[in-house]
Ligand binder design. Structure first.
Ligand code: ACO
Length: 310
């Protein structure tokens, strides 16, 4: 039996910061942000809402949609680089709040590719028969590590959470192939500084992302003997519309077949793919038997992709 997604959920804070709001914080313009990134607004969590609070809300939604109960969850994987504290993990924090007392729990650090790492780890535990239901969450409160004096980065990011219940589905459906990778030589281009801020060499990360997103998306499709023409829907990490467009063009699929929420939420790192997935499922954009490709990249550098039959 293959592992697939049986429920999704997401949470974004209510506080909307438009590009015009960002103009009041740093020397930038709505026009620059829109044309260079595709971002129009983002959500910033207030002080009293921490990473674990957002993870909990998204997880609750995924559990509800899946129809399982919290005590049926065998493992909780939370992808984040902005946990509430060094330890315990966000996974343990939400285990307690969800009352998922039969689950093991740990966090995964793979930056924006974190949800892909979680999804693919869940697949291994499920398809080896060790576990049945795994809760995978991607969550970030990036405002905790955003330097609001650095216009190169602060206009890009937002806060939020997305979650999925991964479980056995069938022989034909679920995750058909995957790719995971990392390249530590990219650390100088994207990392957390001693001051706990995000440092990013945008041009270098951009070049890497454009190449990797398209290549990985194509690789997971080719691995199962299919071609780009067979892809029904693409969910790329929502980092920059120009990077997303490059991936879409590589797969040669129309605009309406690519998930897009970057304009509303900016780059929410590990949360971006599961938020997009959850919204698209609820909007009916993903249909039974669709071949869906999820692809992400992030600090590390890290990357991951899956081809899954919905
Ligand atoms: N407002 C106005 N001007 C700005 C801003 C801003 N917010 N930010 C930078 N600029 C200026 C720069 O200073 C530069 O000016 P200069 O030419 O006088 O030096 C000019 O705009 C152009 O800068 P570029 O870096 O060439 O702009 P580019 O078109 O490459 O876009 C961007 C920059 C959006 C950051 C792009 O490089 C990018 O998206 N990179 C990838 C980022 C990413 O996806 N990161 C994901 C990982 S994040 C994580 O893992 C947590």
């Amino acid at each position: 039996m293959k592992a697939g997604i049986i429920g999704t959920g997401h949470y974004v804070p209510d506080n909307v910061y438009t590009n015009h709001d960002m103009e009041k914080i740093v020397d930038t313009t709505d026009e620059w942000i829109r044309t260079r990134t595709g971002i129009e607004e983002r959500r910033f969590a207030p002080d009293h809402i921490n990473t674990s609070d957002m993870a909990y809300e998204a997880a609750k939604g995924a559990i509800e949609e899946s129809g399982i109960s919290a005590d049926e969850i065998d493992m909780i994987l939370v992808a984040t680089v902005t946990s509430d504290m060094g330890f315990p993990s966000v996974a343990c924090q939400i285990q307690e709040r969800l009352k998922a007392f039969n689950a093991s729990a740990m966090d995964i650090s793979a930056a924006c590719a974190g949800f892909m790492y979680g999804l693919i780890t869940a697949k291994q535990f499920i398809e080896t028969g060790v576990q049945k239901n795994v809760l995978v969450v991607g969550v970030e409160k990036l405002t905790k590590i955003t330097n609001f004096k650095d216009r190169n980065t602060c206009v890009l990011f937002g806060d939020g959470a997305g979650a999925a219940i991964v479980s056995t589905v069938s022989e034909e459906k679920g995750i058909l192939s995957f790719e995971l990778g990392s390249d530590g030589t990219g650390i100088p281009h994207l990392h957390q500084t001693d001051e706990d801020h995000i440092y990013m060499n945008g041009r270098e990360v951009f070049k890497f992302a454009v190449r990797q997103m398209g290549d990985s998306a194509l690789n997971v499709v080719n691995k199962i003997g299919l071609s780009k023409n067979d892809v029904d829907y693409l969910i790329p990490h929502q980092a920059n519309i120009r990077i997303m467009e490059a991936a879409r063009e590589k797969l040669d699929i129309p605009v309406e077949k690519m998930s897009k929420s970057i304009h509303k939420y900016g780059n929410t790192s590990a949360a971006s793919i599961p938020i997009a997935l959850s919204e698209d499922v609820k909007a009916g954009k993903i249909k039974d038997n669709d071949l869906v490709v999820l692809v992400g990249f992030g600090g590390g550098l890290t990357w991951g992709a899956v081809a899954l039959k919905w």
